[in-house]
Design a protein around this ligand. Sequence first.
Ligand code: S3P
Length: 168
Amino acid sequence: MKIFLIGFMGCGKSTLGKKLAAKLGYDFIDLDHVLENEVGSNIGEFFAANGEDAFRKLESKLLKEHNYPANCIVATGGGAPCYFDNMDWMNENGITMYVELPPVALARRLEKGKEKRPLIKDMDHEQLIDFIESKLAERDLFYKRAFLSIDGINVTPDKALAELSQVI
Ligand code: S3P
């Protein structure tokens, strides 16, 4: 069983994913790290050298072609569900769960991790809020196609497990 965690940058996919994997005895996979291992550089460097289109193509290829263990929790990059047929593929090949957070909470969290995220690294606070509001409005249409969703505020592995117990 593959469980894909999806949602905006900073919503807590990796933190939740690691804890959930430990509880379930599943492996944890972070697709951003899969890509970084594949190219031998970090995402910021890859964006700077090759651009976003190349990143999206490689992200989609690795999402679909990665050699997943039988049971795993997969944290996906915030844009992954929103390009090509990635969301369809995830829904056909596993369970998708949207970790949902409002823009203000995302902005608060992203202020800290900005530098490793090329799309937002040079933004000031106002620009970040505007970016999150408009990008989330576009992306929500994709995120909302997840089988399950969970409120990212005060989320715990147990709450996520309760949601998942409906399907696994
Ligand atoms: C991106 C999110 C990032 C990473 C890349 C692009 C996005 O992943 O894939 O910087 O387009 O939202 P996280 O959601 O893990 O930060």
